[in-house]
Design a protein around this ligand. Sequence first.
Ligand code: GLA
Length: 774
Amino acid sequence: MITFENPYFKIGTKDLNYIFRILPTGQLEHLYFGKKLIDQDYKALETKLTAGAGSTIEYTEGESKTYLDLMTLEYSGIGKGDFRLSPIEIKMPDGSYVNDFVYDSYQIIDGIVESKDLPISRANDQQVKSLVIKLIDKKFKIELKLIYTLFFNSNVITRRTQIINQDKHELVIRKIMSMMIDLPETDYDLMTFDGGWIKETHKHLRPLTYGTYINDSTTGNSSNRHNPGIILAKKGTHEDYGVCIGVNLVYSGNHYEAVQISNHGLMRVMNGINPHCFEWPLKQGELFETPESVLTYSNQGFNTLSQSFHEFINAHITPRQFQQMNRPIVLNSWEAFFFDFNQNKLQKLAKKASKLGVELFVLDDGWFGTRSNDHQALGDYDVNKKKLPGGLKGLSDNIHHMGMNFGLWFEPEMVNPQSKLFINHPEYSIQIEGRIPALGRNQLVLDLCNQEVRDYIYTQMSVVLDSAQIDYIKWDMNRHMTDMYSKTLTHQGMFFHSYILGLYELLNRITTQYPNIMIETCSSGGNRYDLGMLYYSPQIWASDNTDPIERLSIQEGLSYLYPQSTMSAHVSLAPHAQTLRKTPLSTRFNVASFGILGYELDLKYVSPIEKKEIKKQIELYKKYRNVFQYGKLYRHNSTDVHHKIWQLSYKDSHILGNYQTLSDASPNLETLKFKDLEDSKMYQVDSFQQSMSISRFGHLISHALPIKINFNGAIMRLISKYKQLDNATESFKASGRLLNHGFKMKQQFMGTWYNDQTRILGDYGSQLYIVGKI
Ligand code: GLA
């Protein structure tokens, strides 16, 4: 799976090869990343140069010479003729910025190369191997190690870099990328996942052209602005066709991904820690290591690429104890009560939730100190006995008696200036003497670079976690970083990265001490949705936005990089609090179920008929939990912006979600296709029976009924609470081949006629189809 036949290194996963060679001048030339090759000789992939062009610089080493600027390299330096974007910038012991790392030796090892303080993908099977290439600077005793790890079954190769200073003088790293790769083609588009609060991970595709495109974060976390995951796609690539390369980073701080098209038809790609405000001194004997970069490739479109990422995350990033585990269905108190609750109110809600089949009751913000709004008490994790007279134990015991688990919200990395913690320890928060610190959501960030602060947070959290049975933590983080300074650092260029190392240390301690408490992380929703956090917390609150139509874009964007098992998704009330959009309960479920399902609403405002529907939704989700949480995802190609189709397949069960964001007047007759069903097998197809509020028909109802009723009146509202209309269903048997070809769906309502065979979707309508092999 990893071979070296001088000068070629070859790494092979189940379907992919990654090949490079040692150049006669000592640098490494990238030769190939793609589907497996049967060749033994890679001469045909080598760059053939007989002369440099005009101003090109010639690199000479004894008899050998090359033109580094014209080569596809594995990593590059500065000051020896490669003028493209450099992956490494070091102030060398002689004060210059020139470095020249050349091949020294290699090592192949079983499993992964452990890291001292960074999360690194886990080697869960025997087929994980690593290759360590040692490069040495031509002038100084400085080692640069390129570490490659292959995850055979997931078709993933990861890369990272270590630098070790063996010279007696200090050096300063100003930039060090985890991975660099040069590809010999430029006809690619770049896909990024961007947004902001309540509009995270929207997919954007742009053509690449001469110059450099940067996707990054400077907020101190991986950010809701630009996710660290990017995809390079050959022009024309779609869900099921075409060549694409996926790149992600196991890191939760400021990240940086650059793609550069150079003047000779080469494309350079790199990712790693953002060099923004970064400087890291390295004394003799010290080592610096980068986070891990994750690479995969597909020549069958985006679906295959995403499936490789999903398989990799489920097997090699998710904490072992939560892999393939049934993730519980949550009821979260936040959108139900915000800060306005007491034990009685919580227990009433919990009781109703347990009757509907909810498995985990999560008490969100507001349970501690004087926290009755977001201006105060963050950092003071002593239980508010006025709200919870029985303490957390009393509440947790009662929740457990109802047959549910109990979860609790923390925001461990933050403090309100209006808090006991801040009064006692103002120096624990990040600020700079002589400057008024900028606030975000009325709070400051705690200095996780400082061991004393980390110890304090750990102790505070442990006291709470030991005080009651707590099965789950929602670990929140609600602001970006400013006023970056830590008195514990000798060099403030170390700030951002040291904070993240401190965070990982804290998470490590908590998860080691409490391995069975599942952590769901959150950062105002998806402000820190990355592989670093997923290493400690198997799921992440994808967005504070629970509007299903918005979630279609957010969850779909995430799905390119992350599996459904990581995506926490809740059903909330309609009209939606942020968009004021009124969507059917069925659609709220049909979207949330393509993730880790939860409900976040006060059941007091849910009618008896809707409660029945929620009960049925939960039953369905439990029955097909493996499909929803661990199924193979297929996004169906659609040129129609008003429709989306997602499919999940797990063994012999398949669930397809058909979503209509806006209805068309006199809609097309539709055919629904499945993907990858076995041609020669028979399947049973059933649509999930869902009902629809009579009120959706508005004034039409008075035309349909013998008596005239005011569609906005009290009688109508009362009827709507107890009676709904059933939507048309499908139930038939067909072969896999027929279903892959597509079946003709029942007609949609278009205003001229209605009976129980008419599908009613309208704006924001959707339906689930369940397909099982007979
Ligand atoms: C953030 C989270 C929400 C909720 C609130 C509580 O906004 O994203 O889900 O937990 O904090 O203050």
